[in-house]
Ligand binder design. Structure first.
Ligand code: PLP
Length: 405
C-alpha cells in the first residue's frame, strides 16, 4: 500500500514504498499492466469517461496504472506535486517546453546543454518562430542581462553536460519570478538525490530516466515534474502527440527507483575519489567535479547540491603548444579511451558500468568546434561516468590508460 503523507517518510523510504497500488491479488512486487486500454461496464460509463465527468483509465496513451506507480514514486522522491512520464528523456525535454511555448514567445537557455536539447531548440523551436537566446549558465550577470527582456520560459542543466558548470538555481529562480517566466531545470547530472531544483525555486524538473534512474542500461524513459497545473499541460500534449512511456518501461524504472539511492551514493563516492586522484595525475590537465575545491563554482555547488553526481570530466594533458581543438588532442583522448580495459566506450551515463565518452566526436559533434569552445569543451575532453565496480579496479584501469597516452 502507498504509505500516507502523515508519516512524513524520508526519500529513501519513499523510493521503496511510494506509488505502489496493489491489485486484489495482494502481490508483493508492483504489477505490470501490459494493456493498451480498459473496458467499461456500460456505454454510459464510457461516455462519462470521455466527457471528463469521471476519472478512470481509458487508454494507455493517456495513462496506465504501472506508469502511474512510477510517476507517483518519482514525484514523492522529488517532492513534486505532479509527475508525467514520457517515452524518452528527449520527449520530456521537448514537451516540457513545447507544451507552454508558441510562436513569438521567448526561451532563454543556458548555452551548455545535452547536444540533442540544443538541436531541439535550434532545428525546431527556432524554426517555429520561438525566439531562443543562450546565456553562459554559470554567469549570473548573463542571466540578468538576458532576463531584462520578457521571456516565457527559462531552461538550464546544472551541472551541465559535459563540462559540469554549476548554475546558481536560486538566483535564476528569482529572476524567473520577476520576469514571469517558467523555470525548468534538467536535473540529470545531479540526480534526484543530489539536488532538489523545486526546493531551490525552479518551477519544473526534467529527467532522462535512461540515465541514473534506470542505471543499468536497459530502457529509455523520461519525466517532467512540477505543479499540477503545469504538468497537466505536459500530460495533455503527450496524450495528443503520443510519446508515452510503455508500462514495461515504467515497471523497470519503478523498481530501479528502489535502489537509486544506494547506487548513486556508491557511484558518487567513487566519482569524487577518482576526480581528486585524476586531478593530481600528470597526464590530466583538468579534472572537473562539482564538489572538488578546484571547481570554478565549488561554493555554489556546496550550497545547492547534497552530492556531486557520478560524472567526472577530464582534459587529457597535451604537450606545450598543442591545439586543444586539433587532431593531436583528439588522438590523445582516443589513445586514453582505447587503452581502457574495464571502462566501456559508450555514450550513456549513470550506469552501473563505468563509461568513457568523447563528447566532441559523439554527443556534442553536431554543435561544431566554435560552440564547443564557447563552453570550454576541447578535443582532449573525456567524460567519465563512474559505475559500481570496485573503485580500485577503476583507478587501475584509468592509470593504465593514462600511461598509454
Ligand atoms: C541523455 C540526456 C537527455 C536525453 O535523454 P534520452 O533518454 O536519451 O532521450 C537529456 N538531458 C540530459 C542532460 C541527458 O544526459
Amino acid at each position: 500500500m502507498t504509505p500516507d503523507d502523515a508519516l512524513n517518510l524520508r526519500p529513501d523510504t519513499l523510493a521503496v514504498r511510494a506509488g505502489h497500488t496493489r491489485t486484489p491479488f495482494d502481490e508483493m512486487s508492483e504489477a505490470i499492466f501490459m494493456t493498451q486500454g480498459y473496458v467499461y461496464p456500460t456505454a454510459a460509463e464510457a461516455e462519462a469517461a470521455f466527457a471528463g465527468e469521471i476519472q478512470r483509465y481509458q487508454y494507455s496513451r493517456y495513462a496506465n496504472p504501472t506508469v502511474t506507480m512510477f510517476e507517483e514514486r518519482l514525484a514523492a522522491i522529488e517532492g513534486a506535486e505532479d509527475c508525467f512520464a514520457t517515452a524518452t528523456g528527449m520527449a520530456a525535454v521537448f514537451v516540457s517546453l513545447a507544451s507552454i511555448l508558441k510562436a513569438g514567445d521567448r526561451l532563454v537557455s543556458s548555452r551548455a546543454l545535452f547536444g540533442t536539447s540544443i538541436a531541439t531548440f535550434d532545428d525546431y523551436f527556432a524554426q517555429w518562430g520561438i525566439i531562443v537566446d543562450y546565456v553562459d549558465g554559470h554567469v549570473n550577470e548573463d542571466w540578468e542581462r538576458a532576463l531584462a527582456t520578457p521571456a516565457t520560459a527559462i531552461y538550464c542543466e546544472s551541472p551541465t553536460n559535459p563540462m559540469q558548470d554549476v548554475v546558481d538555481i536560486p538566483f535564476v529562480a528569482g529572476l524567473a519570478k520577476a520576469a514571469g517566466a517558467l523555470f525548468i531545470v534538467d536535473n540529470v547530472f545531479a540526480t534526484p538525490l543530489g539536488q532538489k531544483p523545486l526546493e531551490l525555486g525552479a518551477d519544473a524538473v526534467v529527467y532522462s530516466a535512461t540515465k541514473h534512474i534506470d542505471g543499468q542500461g536497459r530502457v529509455l524513459g523520461g519525466a517532467v515534474l512540477g505543479a499540477k497545473e503545469y504538468v497537466d499541460k505536459v500530460r495533455q500534449m503527450v496524450r495528443t502527440m503520443g510519446a508515452t512511456m510503455s508500462p514495461f518501461t515504467a515497471w523497470v524504472l519503478g523498481k530501479s527507483l528502489e535502489t537509486l539511492s544506494v547506487r548513486v551514493k556508491a557511484q558518487a563516492a567513487s566519482a569524487i575519489d577518482l576526480a581528486a586522484w585524476l586531478e593530481a595525475h600528470p597526464k590530466v590537465a583538468v579534472s572537473r567535479y562539482p564538489l572538488l575545491p578546484s571547481h570554478p563554482q565549488h561554493e555554489r555547488a556546496m550550497a545547492q547540491m547534497t552530492m556531486g553526481g557520478t560524472l567526472v570530466t577530464i582534459d587529457i594533458a597535451l604537450p606545450e603548444g598543442t591545439d586543444p581543438h586539433g587532431p593531436e588532442a583528439k588522438a590523445a583522448a582516443f589513445r586514453f579511451m582505447d587503452a581502457l580495459r574495464v571502462i566501456d566506450i559508450s555514450n550513456n551515463l549513470g550506469d552501473a558500468k563505468s563509461i568513457a565518452t568523447h563528447p566532441a566526436t559523439t554527443t556534442h559533434r553536431k554543435i561544431g568546434p566554435e560552440r564547443r569552445a564557447m563552453v570550454g569543451m576541447s578535443d582532449a575532453t573525456v567524460r567519465l561516468s563512474i559505475g559500481l565496480e570496485d573503485v580500485e579496479d577503476l583507478r587501475d584501469d584509468l592509470a593504465r590508460a593514462l600511461d598509454a597516452v
